[in-house]
Design a protein around this ligand. Sequence first.
Ligand code: APR
Ligand code: PHB
Length: 393
Amino acid sequence: MRTQVGIIGAGPAGLVLGRLLELQGIDTVILEARDRDYVQQRVRAGVLEQNTVDLLREAGVAERLDREGIVHHGIELRFDGEGHRIAMSDLTGGRAIWIYGQQEVVKDLIEAREASGLPLEFECSDVEVHDVDGDRPRITYTSATGEAVEVECDVIAGCDGFHGICRPVVAEAGEMVIAEREYPFGWLGILADVAPSTDELIYAYHERGFAMHSLRSPTLSRLYLQVDPGDDIANWPDDRIWQELHTRFEAPGWSLTEGPIIEKSITPMRSFVAAPMRRGRLFLAGDAAHIVPPTGAKGLNLAVNDVRVLADALVAFFAPGAARSETGLDAYSDTCLDRVWRVQDFSTYMTMLLHRLGGDPFDDGLQRSRLRYATSSEAAAKSLAENYVGLPT
Ligand code: APR
Ligand code: PHB
């Protein structure tokens, strides 16, 4: 097989890249390790920033998002039993966020790709990349039916997530620097079959730990609790989860409605940046290169930003004759990392602002002061808001 861009991974990064290149007439093959149901059902993030929505609309894959996505113009920070609204849209000249599950974005992109009849293969195993330092890199894999396949490419996009095979290949060149932070807490997340008890997302700071109230639809709530990262979900029967949520969200005149929990899990939190995001003709995008803690709701949005930059650079690279240019590809890693670090800073800020850090009185004093400042100074609120809705690209 021969293609211009071999894309490894059918998460948001790989699928959005495939769509952007399709619209520019560039050939792609997308190879995914898991089966289709798995990638479409995985419950993950649910906040799309303004830039992401704009890009999905331009790419012609936002029809259902525009119908079913829920636009939000503010968020609530809650502490000491009191809620404080950050009026995001008012503070950012009208920018907003949309609530729409990551797996819904993935479903829409898969559907669009299949409607175009372009190659997207699930259940690929033994995926390996070769010759990335030359100008004919190759991907080899075993197909779902057990056939050994080779794809000859001009460029390979490693969109294979944090546990993928592409980042180690870039690291083998010996120049990769890893910057990383682990946090002494994780998130217990639940999906509950009950109407949300709030119109806007609530981020709550409480002496027993952070809690967040999000949603997926008018009848589906998504809630999170800060827990020990090593904690076992078996220690959290539904009653205990609801009890803890009631305690951490407690505020006069407000109550949380319980409902059947249809999904629950604990995920650790980390920050991670691998640089550079390139080796020769292999380019990393999304979680393959970086992870942010979920407090800023940025993981998917950052992945989409990477592939926007990569798609633009590839259009110049494949341009005919004298218009052809490698400048964009040469700048790719630095351009992406600039935004990655802005988002790392914001995600760390949100994480350290809202999580209980072990009860040290100095940390506690700083956190409360920062919370009061963020909710009383327009300058501080504006800084939070412009990062939350996503700085312009
Ligand atoms: N070969 C083919 N596919 C692979 C391989 C492999 N060797 N290894 C992993 N994959 C697939 C995974 O199964 C997954 O579907 O690559 C895909 C990577 O997708 P994501 O993990 O969703 O990563 P990305 O597309 O970068 O999207 C980032 O995911 O974790 C969230 O918060 C994060 O929302 C952000 C988004
Ligand atoms: C979610 O809805 O899953 C969500 C929302 C906001 C966050 C993180 C996750 O900061």
